[in-house]
Design a protein around this ligand. Structure first.
Ligand code: TYD
Length: 402
Protein backbone atom coordinates (compact mmCIF):
# COMPACT_ATOMS: atom_id res chain seq x y z
CA UNK A 1 0.00 0.00 0.00
CA UNK A 2 1.01 3.66 0.09
CA UNK A 3 2.41 5.76 2.92
CA UNK A 4 -0.07 8.50 3.77
CA UNK A 5 2.80 10.76 4.80
CA UNK A 6 5.39 10.51 2.02
CA UNK A 7 3.60 8.47 -0.68
CA UNK A 8 6.23 5.73 -0.88
CA UNK A 9 5.21 2.10 -0.64
CA UNK A 10 4.64 0.32 2.67
CA UNK A 11 4.86 -3.31 3.80
CA UNK A 12 2.68 -5.19 6.27
CA UNK A 13 3.97 -5.61 9.83
CA UNK A 14 1.03 -7.17 11.67
CA UNK A 15 -2.52 -8.31 10.94
CA UNK A 16 -4.78 -8.33 14.01
CA UNK A 17 -7.81 -9.60 12.10
CA UNK A 18 -11.15 -7.83 11.86
CA UNK A 19 -12.56 -6.08 14.92
CA UNK A 20 -15.27 -3.54 15.77
CA UNK A 21 -14.16 0.10 16.32
CA UNK A 22 -12.72 0.00 19.84
CA UNK A 23 -14.77 2.79 21.40
CA UNK A 24 -18.13 1.61 20.03
CA UNK A 25 -19.61 0.31 23.26
CA UNK A 26 -22.90 -1.56 22.90
CA UNK A 27 -26.04 -0.39 24.69
CA UNK A 28 -27.50 -3.87 24.56
CA UNK A 29 -25.84 -7.27 24.34
CA UNK A 30 -28.03 -7.93 21.26
CA UNK A 31 -26.62 -4.93 19.32
CA UNK A 32 -24.99 -5.87 16.04
CA UNK A 33 -21.70 -4.26 15.19
CA UNK A 34 -19.60 -4.35 12.04
CA UNK A 35 -15.98 -5.54 12.06
CA UNK A 36 -13.22 -3.84 10.09
CA UNK A 37 -9.67 -5.03 9.32
CA UNK A 38 -6.88 -3.99 11.64
CA UNK A 39 -3.60 -4.17 9.76
CA UNK A 40 -0.39 -2.31 10.65
CA UNK A 41 2.07 -1.38 7.92
CA UNK A 42 5.45 0.36 7.73
CA UNK A 43 7.07 2.77 5.32
CA UNK A 44 10.84 2.31 5.36
CA UNK A 45 11.27 5.59 3.53
CA UNK A 46 9.97 7.93 6.29
CA UNK A 47 9.66 5.33 9.12
CA UNK A 48 5.92 5.78 9.28
CA UNK A 49 3.77 3.12 10.95
CA UNK A 50 0.14 3.38 9.87
CA UNK A 51 -3.11 1.44 9.67
CA UNK A 52 -3.70 0.03 6.23
CA UNK A 53 -7.45 0.71 6.36
CA UNK A 54 -8.87 3.90 7.84
CA UNK A 55 -12.51 4.24 8.82
CA UNK A 56 -14.57 7.35 8.14
CA UNK A 57 -14.66 9.65 11.10
CA UNK A 58 -18.46 9.43 11.35
CA UNK A 59 -18.11 5.65 11.97
CA UNK A 60 -15.64 6.35 14.75
CA UNK A 61 -17.01 9.41 16.46
CA UNK A 62 -20.78 9.14 16.09
CA UNK A 63 -21.19 7.63 19.55
CA UNK A 64 -18.05 8.57 21.39
CA UNK A 65 -17.43 7.33 24.88
CA UNK A 66 -13.89 8.43 25.61
CA UNK A 67 -13.97 10.87 28.49
CA UNK A 68 -10.63 11.82 30.07
CA UNK A 69 -10.60 9.86 33.33
CA UNK A 70 -9.91 11.47 36.70
CA UNK A 71 -6.43 10.24 37.43
CA UNK A 72 -3.40 11.17 39.54
CA UNK A 73 -1.18 9.83 36.74
CA UNK A 74 -2.72 12.33 34.31
CA UNK A 75 -2.68 15.20 36.82
CA UNK A 76 1.02 14.76 37.44
CA UNK A 77 1.66 14.43 33.70
CA UNK A 78 -0.19 17.72 33.11
CA UNK A 79 2.04 19.39 35.72
CA UNK A 80 5.31 18.10 34.20
CA UNK A 81 4.15 18.90 30.71
CA UNK A 82 2.99 22.43 31.63
CA UNK A 83 6.28 23.11 33.45
CA UNK A 84 8.17 22.04 30.33
CA UNK A 85 6.07 24.34 28.11
CA UNK A 86 6.48 27.30 30.48
CA UNK A 87 10.21 26.73 31.05
CA UNK A 88 10.85 26.64 27.29
CA UNK A 89 8.57 29.64 26.73
CA UNK A 90 6.27 27.66 24.43
CA UNK A 91 3.59 29.03 26.77
CA UNK A 92 3.54 32.28 28.74
CA UNK A 93 1.10 34.74 30.23
CA UNK A 94 0.60 36.38 26.80
CA UNK A 95 -0.19 33.13 24.96
CA UNK A 96 -3.46 32.53 23.18
CA UNK A 97 -3.91 28.77 23.17
CA UNK A 98 -6.03 26.49 21.00
CA UNK A 99 -6.26 22.85 21.99
CA UNK A 100 -7.28 20.39 19.28
CA UNK A 101 -9.18 17.30 20.51
CA UNK A 102 -9.64 18.96 23.90
CA UNK A 103 -12.20 16.40 25.18
CA UNK A 104 -13.88 17.69 28.35
CA UNK A 105 -11.21 20.39 28.77
CA UNK A 106 -9.16 18.92 31.63
CA UNK A 107 -5.81 20.02 30.19
CA UNK A 108 -7.08 23.50 29.28
CA UNK A 109 -8.44 23.81 32.80
CA UNK A 110 -4.92 23.01 34.01
CA UNK A 111 -3.08 25.63 31.92
CA UNK A 112 -5.75 28.35 32.12
CA UNK A 113 -4.07 30.21 35.03
CA UNK A 114 -0.79 30.54 33.11
CA UNK A 115 -1.96 31.93 29.75
CA UNK A 116 -3.96 34.80 28.23
CA UNK A 117 -6.75 32.80 26.54
CA UNK A 118 -7.85 29.25 25.84
CA UNK A 119 -10.21 27.64 23.33
CA UNK A 120 -10.88 23.96 22.73
CA UNK A 121 -12.10 22.18 19.62
CA UNK A 122 -13.50 18.65 19.76
CA UNK A 123 -15.73 16.75 17.30
CA UNK A 124 -17.82 14.71 19.76
CA UNK A 125 -21.07 16.53 20.55
CA UNK A 126 -21.63 15.01 23.99
CA UNK A 127 -18.01 15.71 24.96
CA UNK A 128 -17.86 19.33 23.70
CA UNK A 129 -21.17 20.08 25.47
CA UNK A 130 -19.73 18.75 28.71
CA UNK A 131 -16.58 20.92 28.33
CA UNK A 132 -18.71 24.03 27.72
CA UNK A 133 -20.85 23.26 30.75
CA UNK A 134 -17.63 23.07 32.79
CA UNK A 135 -16.67 26.58 31.63
CA UNK A 136 -14.13 25.68 28.91
CA UNK A 137 -15.16 27.32 25.63
CA UNK A 138 -15.16 24.44 23.15
CA UNK A 139 -16.07 24.48 19.47
CA UNK A 140 -17.72 21.26 18.34
CA UNK A 141 -15.93 20.37 15.10
CA UNK A 142 -13.14 18.33 13.54
CA UNK A 143 -9.94 20.37 13.24
CA UNK A 144 -9.27 21.12 9.55
CA UNK A 145 -8.15 24.01 7.37
CA UNK A 146 -11.74 25.27 7.30
CA UNK A 147 -12.08 25.04 11.10
CA UNK A 148 -8.67 26.75 11.54
CA UNK A 149 -9.79 29.54 9.24
CA UNK A 150 -12.99 30.04 11.25
CA UNK A 151 -11.11 30.11 14.53
CA UNK A 152 -8.58 32.61 13.13
CA UNK A 153 -11.32 34.92 11.85
CA UNK A 154 -13.18 34.85 15.15
CA UNK A 155 -10.34 34.79 17.71
CA UNK A 156 -7.13 35.68 15.79
CA UNK A 157 -3.98 33.56 15.39
CA UNK A 158 -2.95 31.11 18.08
CA UNK A 159 0.43 31.51 19.80
CA UNK A 160 0.33 27.90 20.93
CA UNK A 161 -1.61 25.06 19.36
CA UNK A 162 -1.73 21.91 21.44
CA UNK A 163 -2.92 18.57 20.12
CA UNK A 164 -2.70 15.75 22.64
CA UNK A 165 -3.37 12.19 21.50
CA UNK A 166 -5.57 13.17 18.57
CA UNK A 167 -3.27 13.62 15.54
CA UNK A 168 -3.12 9.88 15.01
CA UNK A 169 -6.92 9.89 14.82
CA UNK A 170 -6.98 11.60 11.43
CA UNK A 171 -6.28 9.76 8.17
CA UNK A 172 -4.28 12.70 6.81
CA UNK A 173 -1.72 14.57 8.92
CA UNK A 174 -1.43 16.96 5.99
CA UNK A 175 -4.99 18.24 6.50
CA UNK A 176 -4.29 18.86 10.17
CA UNK A 177 -0.90 20.46 9.57
CA UNK A 178 -2.28 22.78 6.89
CA UNK A 179 -4.79 23.93 9.52
CA UNK A 180 -1.94 24.43 12.01
CA UNK A 181 0.09 26.37 9.43
CA UNK A 182 -2.86 28.70 8.85
CA UNK A 183 -3.84 29.26 12.47
CA UNK A 184 -0.43 29.49 14.16
CA UNK A 185 1.00 32.98 14.85
CA UNK A 186 4.26 33.81 12.98
CA UNK A 187 6.40 33.12 16.07
CA UNK A 188 4.01 30.50 17.50
CA UNK A 189 4.49 26.83 18.32
CA UNK A 190 2.50 23.68 17.86
CA UNK A 191 2.87 20.85 20.37
CA UNK A 192 1.69 17.46 19.22
CA UNK A 193 1.61 14.73 21.87
CA UNK A 194 1.17 11.17 20.75
CA UNK A 195 1.95 7.60 21.79
CA UNK A 196 5.58 7.15 20.65
CA UNK A 197 6.22 4.37 18.12
CA UNK A 198 9.46 3.48 19.94
CA UNK A 199 7.58 2.70 23.17
CA UNK A 200 4.84 0.86 21.29
CA UNK A 201 7.39 -1.40 19.60
CA UNK A 202 9.74 -1.85 22.57
CA UNK A 203 6.86 -2.49 24.99
CA UNK A 204 5.15 -5.05 22.70
CA UNK A 205 2.06 -2.81 22.95
CA UNK A 206 0.07 -4.47 20.20
CA UNK A 207 -3.11 -3.20 21.85
CA UNK A 208 -2.23 0.40 20.87
CA UNK A 209 -3.39 -0.68 17.43
CA UNK A 210 -7.05 0.17 16.93
CA UNK A 211 -9.07 1.97 14.28
CA UNK A 212 -8.81 5.40 15.86
CA UNK A 213 -5.01 5.15 15.84
CA UNK A 214 -4.34 5.55 12.13
CA UNK A 215 -0.66 6.50 12.74
CA UNK A 216 2.05 5.45 15.23
CA UNK A 217 4.26 8.51 15.00
CA UNK A 218 8.04 8.56 15.18
CA UNK A 219 10.46 11.50 15.05
CA UNK A 220 11.22 10.56 11.47
CA UNK A 221 7.64 10.32 10.25
CA UNK A 222 6.48 13.43 12.10
CA UNK A 223 9.50 15.43 10.83
CA UNK A 224 8.58 14.43 7.29
CA UNK A 225 4.92 15.37 7.73
CA UNK A 226 5.90 18.73 9.24
CA UNK A 227 8.45 19.42 6.51
CA UNK A 228 5.88 18.77 3.77
CA UNK A 229 3.65 21.42 5.33
CA UNK A 230 6.13 24.26 5.87
CA UNK A 231 6.82 23.42 9.51
CA UNK A 232 9.88 22.14 11.34
CA UNK A 233 10.45 20.03 14.45
CA UNK A 234 12.52 22.01 17.00
CA UNK A 235 12.17 20.17 20.32
CA UNK A 236 10.74 17.11 22.07
CA UNK A 237 9.33 16.07 25.40
CA UNK A 238 9.26 12.39 26.33
CA UNK A 239 6.97 10.98 29.04
CA UNK A 240 5.62 7.68 30.33
CA UNK A 241 1.96 8.62 29.95
CA UNK A 242 -0.29 6.24 27.92
CA UNK A 243 2.41 3.58 27.72
CA UNK A 244 5.11 6.03 26.52
CA UNK A 245 4.44 9.28 24.69
CA UNK A 246 6.32 11.92 22.76
CA UNK A 247 5.43 15.59 22.40
CA UNK A 248 6.73 17.10 19.19
CA UNK A 249 7.32 20.86 19.27
CA UNK A 250 7.31 22.57 15.87
CA UNK A 251 7.21 26.04 14.38
CA UNK A 252 7.13 27.72 10.96
CA UNK A 253 10.03 26.54 8.76
CA UNK A 254 10.52 30.00 7.26
CA UNK A 255 11.72 31.25 10.66
CA UNK A 256 14.83 29.03 10.25
CA UNK A 257 14.66 28.17 13.95
CA UNK A 258 17.40 26.46 15.96
CA UNK A 259 16.69 22.75 16.32
CA UNK A 260 17.52 21.69 19.88
CA UNK A 261 19.86 18.75 20.61
CA UNK A 262 17.00 16.73 22.10
CA UNK A 263 15.81 15.98 18.55
CA UNK A 264 19.12 14.48 17.33
CA UNK A 265 19.65 12.61 20.60
CA UNK A 266 16.34 10.78 20.48
CA UNK A 267 16.49 10.34 16.73
CA UNK A 268 19.68 8.31 16.88
CA UNK A 269 18.10 5.95 19.43
CA UNK A 270 14.86 5.75 17.45
CA UNK A 271 16.78 4.51 14.43
CA UNK A 272 17.99 1.49 16.42
CA UNK A 273 14.39 0.54 17.29
CA UNK A 274 12.48 1.14 14.06
CA UNK A 275 14.25 -1.59 12.13
CA UNK A 276 12.92 -4.51 10.13
CA UNK A 277 14.10 -7.04 12.71
CA UNK A 278 12.53 -5.23 15.70
CA UNK A 279 9.26 -4.87 13.80
CA UNK A 280 9.33 -8.62 13.19
CA UNK A 281 9.89 -9.19 16.93
CA UNK A 282 6.92 -6.93 17.62
CA UNK A 283 4.73 -8.99 15.30
CA UNK A 284 5.92 -12.21 17.00
CA UNK A 285 5.04 -10.75 20.40
CA UNK A 286 1.40 -10.68 19.25
CA UNK A 287 1.33 -14.47 18.76
CA UNK A 288 3.18 -14.94 22.04
CA UNK A 289 0.71 -12.93 24.16
CA UNK A 290 -2.19 -14.67 22.42
CA UNK A 291 -0.92 -18.12 23.38
CA UNK A 292 0.25 -17.19 26.88
CA UNK A 293 -2.80 -15.18 27.92
CA UNK A 294 -5.24 -17.79 26.62
CA UNK A 295 -3.37 -20.51 28.53
CA UNK A 296 -3.33 -18.44 31.71
CA UNK A 297 -7.05 -17.66 31.52
CA UNK A 298 -7.85 -21.32 30.86
CA UNK A 299 -5.85 -22.43 33.94
CA UNK A 300 -7.51 -19.83 36.16
CA UNK A 301 -11.00 -20.83 35.01
CA UNK A 302 -10.17 -24.53 35.42
CA UNK A 303 -9.39 -23.79 39.07
CA UNK A 304 -12.94 -22.40 39.39
CA UNK A 305 -11.68 -18.84 39.82
CA UNK A 306 -13.09 -15.63 38.35
CA UNK A 307 -11.62 -12.91 36.13
CA UNK A 308 -12.84 -9.34 35.47
CA UNK A 309 -11.06 -6.92 33.19
CA UNK A 310 -10.11 -3.51 34.63
CA UNK A 311 -10.55 -0.56 32.24
CA UNK A 312 -13.02 -0.43 29.34
CA UNK A 313 -10.17 0.89 27.23
CA UNK A 314 -9.96 1.03 23.47
CA UNK A 315 -6.69 -0.85 23.71
CA UNK A 316 -8.32 -3.48 25.93
CA UNK A 317 -10.85 -4.14 23.19
CA UNK A 318 -8.07 -4.77 20.68
CA UNK A 319 -6.46 -7.18 23.13
CA UNK A 320 -9.63 -9.10 24.04
CA UNK A 321 -10.83 -9.37 20.46
CA UNK A 322 -7.45 -10.40 19.11
CA UNK A 323 -6.89 -12.97 21.86
CA UNK A 324 -10.45 -14.22 21.49
CA UNK A 325 -11.57 -13.66 25.09
CA UNK A 326 -15.21 -12.79 25.74
CA UNK A 327 -17.95 -12.82 28.37
CA UNK A 328 -17.66 -16.60 28.73
CA UNK A 329 -14.28 -16.20 30.42
CA UNK A 330 -14.28 -12.58 31.68
CA UNK A 331 -17.34 -11.99 33.88
CA UNK A 332 -17.32 -8.17 33.96
CA UNK A 333 -15.25 -5.16 33.02
CA UNK A 334 -14.76 -2.52 35.72
CA UNK A 335 -14.51 1.13 34.64
CA UNK A 336 -14.82 4.54 36.32
CA UNK A 337 -16.35 6.32 33.27
CA UNK A 338 -20.04 6.82 33.96
CA UNK A 339 -21.19 6.78 30.33
CA UNK A 340 -19.48 3.43 29.71
CA UNK A 341 -21.10 1.72 32.72
CA UNK A 342 -24.02 -0.62 31.95
CA UNK A 343 -22.82 -0.97 28.37
CA UNK A 344 -21.03 -3.93 26.76
CA UNK A 345 -17.56 -4.12 25.24
CA UNK A 346 -17.72 -4.33 21.43
CA UNK A 347 -16.86 -7.83 20.24
CA UNK A 348 -16.35 -9.57 23.58
CA UNK A 349 -19.76 -8.41 24.92
CA UNK A 350 -18.44 -8.15 28.48
CA UNK A 351 -20.68 -5.99 30.68
CA UNK A 352 -19.13 -2.82 32.13
CA UNK A 353 -19.73 -2.22 35.83
CA UNK A 354 -18.55 0.60 38.10
CA UNK A 355 -15.56 0.38 40.43
CA UNK A 356 -17.73 0.11 43.54
CA UNK A 357 -19.47 -2.99 42.20
CA UNK A 358 -16.06 -4.41 41.36
CA UNK A 359 -14.99 -3.75 44.92
CA UNK A 360 -18.11 -5.20 46.57
CA UNK A 361 -17.92 -8.41 44.62
CA UNK A 362 -14.23 -8.76 43.73
CA UNK A 363 -12.89 -11.39 41.32
CA UNK A 364 -9.86 -13.60 41.94
CA UNK A 365 -8.07 -11.85 39.08
CA UNK A 366 -8.30 -8.55 37.25
CA UNK A 367 -6.98 -8.54 33.70
CA UNK A 368 -5.53 -5.02 33.66
CA UNK A 369 -6.68 -3.68 30.30
CA UNK A 370 -5.87 -0.14 31.57
CA UNK A 371 -2.25 -1.27 32.22
CA UNK A 372 -1.04 2.28 31.52
CA UNK A 373 -2.52 3.22 34.93
CA UNK A 374 -1.12 0.07 36.57
CA UNK A 375 0.38 1.49 39.76
CA UNK A 376 -2.48 3.94 40.32
CA UNK A 377 -5.18 1.26 39.89
CA UNK A 378 -3.42 -1.36 42.02
CA UNK A 379 -2.81 1.15 44.86
CA UNK A 380 -6.39 2.38 44.65
CA UNK A 381 -7.74 -1.19 44.80
CA UNK A 382 -5.62 -2.01 47.84
CA UNK A 383 -6.47 1.28 49.57
CA UNK A 384 -10.17 0.51 49.09
CA UNK A 385 -9.69 -2.69 51.10
CA UNK A 386 -9.37 -5.29 48.33
CA UNK A 387 -6.17 -7.21 49.10
CA UNK A 388 -7.31 -10.45 47.51
CA UNK A 389 -7.64 -9.86 43.74
CA UNK A 390 -4.45 -10.47 41.77
CA UNK A 391 -3.70 -8.38 38.66
CA UNK A 392 -2.80 -9.89 35.29
CA UNK A 393 -0.63 -7.28 33.56
CA UNK A 394 -0.38 -8.02 29.82
CA UNK A 395 2.43 -5.65 28.78
CA UNK A 396 5.37 -5.27 28.28
CA UNK A 397 5.54 -8.97 29.30
CA UNK A 398 2.64 -10.98 30.70
CA UNK A 399 2.89 -11.12 34.50
CA UNK A 400 0.77 -11.49 37.61
CA UNK A 401 1.01 -8.89 40.38
CA UNK A 402 -0.37 -9.64 43.83
P1 TYD B 1 -7.15 5.03 28.53
O1 TYD B 1 -5.99 4.37 29.10
O2 TYD B 1 -7.01 6.45 28.22
O3 TYD B 1 -7.53 4.12 27.35
P2 TYD B 1 -7.72 4.05 25.81
O4 TYD B 1 -7.07 5.26 25.23
O5 TYD B 1 -7.06 2.75 25.44
O6 TYD B 1 -9.21 4.00 25.65
O7 TYD B 1 -8.45 4.84 29.41
C1 TYD B 1 -8.42 4.45 30.72
C2 TYD B 1 -9.74 3.78 31.09
O8 TYD B 1 -9.58 3.24 32.38
C3 TYD B 1 -10.90 4.76 31.14
O9 TYD B 1 -12.05 4.19 30.53
C4 TYD B 1 -11.15 4.95 32.63
C5 TYD B 1 -10.58 3.71 33.25
N1 TYD B 1 -10.00 3.95 34.58
C6 TYD B 1 -10.64 3.37 35.66
O10 TYD B 1 -11.66 2.67 35.52
N2 TYD B 1 -10.11 3.60 36.92
C7 TYD B 1 -9.00 4.38 37.10
O11 TYD B 1 -8.56 4.57 38.25
C8 TYD B 1 -8.35 4.96 35.95
C9 TYD B 1 -7.11 5.78 36.12
C10 TYD B 1 -8.90 4.71 34.71
Amino acid sequence: MTCRICNNSTYMVLDLGSTPPANSFLSSIEDKIENFPLVLEYCSSCSNLQLRDCLDSDKLYKNYYYVTPKSQTLDSHYSFFTNFLLAKNYLNSESSVVEVGSNIGDFLQHIKPYVRSIIGIDPAENIAAKANSLGIETICDFFSTAAADNIKKKYGSADTIIARHCFAHNASPHDLLQGVKLLMAPDGHVIIENAYAVNTIEGNEIDQIYHEHMFYYSIQSMSKALELNGLVLVDLFISQVHGGSISFVATHAENNPTVLDSVADYLSYEKTVLTKSKLLDFASSASKIKIELNALVKNILNEGKTIYSYGATAKGNTLLNFIGLNNESITYCVDSTEIKQGKFLPGSKIKIINEEEGLNNPPDYFLLTAWNYRDEIISKTRESGNYSSAFIVPFPELKIMR
